[in-house]
Ligand binder design. Structure first.
Ligand code: IPE
Ligand code: IPE
Ligand code: MG
Length: 239
């Protein structure tokens, strides 16, 4: 049975973990693992386009990752810069819309410019949205959404009134506004935690954990996760 044809998720998100351990196993610096991890992003993007997945998002750098050694952070940001400029022609060829979500205030101007250029260039592509979560955390996102809502509404209140925020109001102010919540969340490297990723948006997401380290997670491994997803029964609290 062509099970991969069944239940293709609209939005798959991946916590790409295990690059450092992958490098260490080979007696290399952590950055070597991050570099190889870029190849996994490329492979998964290709498969996502082939399978008709509309949104592929990846957690590339968390707010907490700013506490890593400065050399690793700089290496990762350089890698990001290089990967974006190298991949842009492929995005155009494959109809991939590229987006980055996160707290841009901590990124270098050069990286911000590169991101803005690639986002602008690819904004009308419709096959797949590839969304990179960079300098992102779930708590940050919820807090900035709440603050944005208050800033937009406080001045509209009459004396003594307090703005009331609905779930729709909060979702509309999240940095992921307009993007459907993930159907499937994959985490590699055997860790089974959310690590302050999309907290609000994953309320009903299916989780898939694998021992495979991110640099080894390629099309075959991604297909296995999609097959597992297609066998899940989602109930959303109903009977
Ligand atoms: C994931 O791999 C990439 C980032 C968090 C930037 P790690 O760098 O966390 O690798 P491990 O978990 O130490 O093996
Ligand atoms: C989560 O991985 C963040 C990203 C993949 C970007 P970490 O390696 O930072 O998470 P913890 O520290 O193991 O929870
Ligand atoms: Mg890790």
């Amino acid at each position: 049975m062509a099970s991969e044809k069944l239940n293709v998720p609209e939005h798959v998100t991946i916590i790409m973990d295990g690059n450092g351990r992958w490098a260490k196993q080979r007696g290399q610096e952590r950055l070597y693992g991050h570099k190889e991890g870029v190849e996994s992003v490329r492979a998964c993007t290709e498969l996502a386009v082939e399978k008709g997945i509309k949104y592929l998002s990846v957690f590339a750098f968390s707010e907490e990752n700013w506490d890593r050694p400065v050399e690793e952070i700089e290496g990762l940001m350089q890698l990001m810069l290089k990967a974006i400029s190298m991949e842009t022609p492929t995005f155009q060829k494959n109809g991939v819309r590229f987006r980055v979500i996160g707290d841009f205030s901590r990124l270098s101007q050069k990286l911000r410019d590169e991101i803005a250029d690639c986002m602008k260039l690819t904004e009308h592509n419709t096959n797949l949205q590839l969304i990179i979560f960079l300098s992102y955390s779930g708590k940050w996102d919820i807090m900035q959404a709440a603050n944005k809502f208050i800033a937009d509404n406080a001045s509209k209140m009459k004396d003594g009134e307090v703005p009331q925020m609905s779930a729709q109001d909060l979702a509309a102010n999240l940095s992921t506004s307009g993007i459907p919540d993930p159907d499937l969340l994959i985490r590699t490297s055997g860790e089974q935690r959310i690590s302050n990723y999309m907290l609000w948006q994953t309320a009903y997401t299916e989780y898939y954990f694998t021992e495979v380290l991110w640099p080894d997670f390629r099309k075959t491994e991604f297909q296995q996760a999609l097959d597992a997803y297609s066998r899940r029964e989602r109930r959303f609290g109903k009977v």
